[in-house]
Design a protein around this ligand. Structure first.
Ligand SMILES: Cc1cc2nc3c(=O)[nH]c(=O)nc-3n(C[C@H](O)[C@H](O)[C@H](O)COP(=O)(O)OP(=O)(O)OC[C@H]3O[C@@H](n4cnc5c(N)ncnc54)[C@H](O)[C@@H]3O)c2cc1C
Length: 574
């Protein structure tokens, strides 16, 4: 069969000595991204013997867990709900050491998966996808890689990540700083000696919160520059003993079934009692328990009204504010750490370890750059409207051009030369978060408007990859060479996504859930981008399964291709 992988021309080695398919120029499927999604995607493809390869701009696999190496970087998903569910063998042999495991172990896990299933030989590293243009006459994508190669393939699967493009603040003088500085995404691979050093951290989002709690007692002086505080709650991490792990292994079926039932794809099930059907005392008892329990319980095992009802959300927010005040000795500092512009849980909730206690230390200082804005980076440190600060190290914990950032940075041209970046300029529109009208044969198992980013990612990733594989199988079985979502199907889905936002308080929050990022041109305040599917995992899976069961309604199939392999090597126009 034409799309099977019998005809690999040359197996070479990349810079790190990994086996690659470096000099082949045509594949049935090119997967872009070797993170959790890309690894599972290539596993499914090679299991079928499909001629496929993975490209990643990184020097090795792991995606999020390859790049983010800052101290404190770890899961806020329970480790054993984050791992892949597809292999019993894998589940039986892997021992998660902590309930919320850290980046080094997470990266080891993904390497173990790739090695166990011999997937590395299907991956090419240091290969940035720069452009992909659809060849309408042949139903092919012409792909341009950063190393200068031009490849062709029938299908492209973009597994490029939703938090994979770091953003720097718009500050002058960043390059003039004479000390060391880095974005947390690019944290150096070798240990950074911070003992006795004066360290600045800019940003108190999920990353800053993890980092600050971890390094406060390991640096000389730590100065935190905060523009707007975020809500956060304790992670309550702990080790997993051999006995506990044995118990988890025995219950994996039950655990994954529970994740599939909950809106967030986690073990935490919402409390389905009405907020006002129980007494205030009962609500407080629940919150006392959830705040002291591990993980997202205080967010996701709470009353459902906290996401939709202003008054219910305000009552919970006051409760959390009070818990923060109990942990921070100086009430003026505590007040600065309590968000007043949005309610608890209307943005993705960062979980923390010793974050608030860090501000009780004499060597930790909080600068409110809402009051005294940062003016520039200097040779020696940072300048605010109030004064100059001197530092040895500046850390930019300034987040990501989330959800569409990685897509916007690829020159993707579909039918009639339309670019995806232009189509999505104001907001993405997709069919099921996985297909785009006008861009045939482009699949996004975890795309914008899918259920991945609003849930425990890997559970969404497995659902997305499985659905895309079902679609590909349908296409191959029938000999089609083109599949494209209709305009109507895309409009229907996008309208549904927007409707799901309308009932949620999150639509008002300035966060990556609504596409807000003051460091990305066009993403400043003003335009709400409907980035995520908020209907929850069970509803999402029900809808995508119905689409498949109804012969992939909303997708049109064709067989335009005139296969002339030798003629496929014409150049991508610049
Ligand atoms: C610090 C941090 C902690 C997180 N913790 C959790 C958690 O506890 N639970 C949870 O559910 N989710 C968490 N997430 C979300 C996390 O991103 C997902 O869990 C998951 O790792 C996403 O996997 P992915 O394969 O979709 O994307 P990624 O892991 O982001 O991988 C995408 C890959 O695509 C590559 N790529 C992008 N563009 C190109 C291009 N043009 N050419 C070539 N390669 C390209 C990148 O180099 C990257 O390797 C966290 C995210 C961060 C940043």
């Amino acid at each position: 069969m034409k799309h099977k992988s019998a005809d690999i021309v040359d197996i070479g080695k990349n810079r790190d000595g990994n086996m690659t398919e470096g000099s082949k120029s045509h594949y049935e499927v090119i997967v872009v991204g070797a993170g959790v999604a890309g690894i599972y995607q290539i596993k499914r493809l090679v299991d079928l013997g499909i001629d496929a390869t993975v490209l990643d701009s990184a020097a090795d696999l792991g995606g999020t867990w390859y790049w983010n190496r800052y101290p404190g970087c770890r899961f806020d998903s329970e480790s054993y709900t984050y791992g892949y569910s597809f292999s019993r063998d894998l589940l039986d042999e892997w021992h998660w050491k902590e309930r919320f495991s850290g980046q080094p172990e997470n990266l080891r896990y993904l390497n173990h998966v790739a090695d166990k299933f011999n997937l590395r030989r299907h991956m090419q590293f240091n290969c940035k996808l720069e452009a992909m243009h659809f060849d309408e006459a042949r139903d092919l994508w012409r792909v341009k890689v950063g190393d200068g190669r031009e490849l062709t393939c029938r299908f492209v699967v973009l597994a490029v990540g939703l938090l994979s493009v770091p953003t720097m603040p718009r500050l002058e003088g960043i390059d003039s700083f004479k000390g060391r500085s880095f974005h947390t995404y690019y944290w150096p691979h070798e240990p950074v000696d911070m003992a006795g050093k004066k360290v600045a951290v800019i940003g108190t989002g999920a990353t800053g919160i993890q980092l600050i709690g971890e390094i406060a007692d390991k640096v000389g002086e730590l100065t935190v520059f905060q523009r707007r505080p975020n809500w956060s709650a304790p992670l309550n991490n702990s080790p997993i003993s051999d006995e506990e792990m044995a118990d988890i292994r025995a219950r994996y079926d039950e655990i994954f079934a529970a994740c599939a039932r909950t809106p967030g794809g986690f073990l935490h099930e919402p409390d389905r009692r009405g907020f006002y059907d129980v007494s205030r005392e009962e609500r407080l008892r629940l919150w006392d328990r959830l705040y002291d329990e591990p993980g997202f319980g205080i967010w996701l095992a709470n009353f459902r009204e906290i996401f939709m009802n202003e008054a219910a959300n305000a009552e919970l927010s006051e409760y959390i504010a009070e818990r923060i005040c109990r942990r921070v000795r100086d009430l003026r500092v505590a007040e600065k750490l309590i968000p007043r512009d949005h309610g608890f849980g209307v943005q993705r909730l960062p979980l923390e370890t010793d974050y608030f206690e860090a501000y009780n230390r004499d060597n930790v200082h909080l600068v409110d750059i809402g009051e005294t804005p940062l003016l520039r980076v200097t040779e020696k440190g940072l300048r605010t409207t109030e004064r100059d600060y001197e530092f040895d190290i500046i850390v930019y914990a300034t987040g990501f051009d989330a959800i569409t950032g990685a897509y916007d940075r690829i020159d993707i041209r579909g039918l009639g030369g339309e670019t995806l970046a232009a189509k999505w300029k104001d907001a993405p529109s997709t069919f099921l978060g996985m297909l785009v009208h006008g861009f045939p044969n482009l699949l996004m198992p975890t795309g914008p408007q899918s259920a991945s980013a609003s849930t425990n990612f890997p559970r969404g990733i497995e659902n997305g990859v499985n659905w895309c594989m079902g679609l590909l199988q349908y296409i191959w079985d029938r000999g089609y060479t083109r599949a494209e979502a209709t305009r109507e199907a895309e409009q229907r889905w996008t309208a549904h996504v927007v409707k799901m936002y309308e009932i949620m308080l999150m639509r008002k929050a300035k966060s990556w859930f609504t596409g807000y990022n003051s460091n990305v041109a066009g993403h400043e305040e003003g335009t709400v981008r409907y980035f995520l599917y908020n209907g929850g995992t069970p509803k999402f899976v029900g809808i995508i399964n119905d689409v498949a069961a109804n012969g992939y309604e909303g997708i049109v199939f064709g067989s335009n291709a005139r296969p002339e392999p030798e003629a496929l090597r014409t150049r991508i126009s610049a």
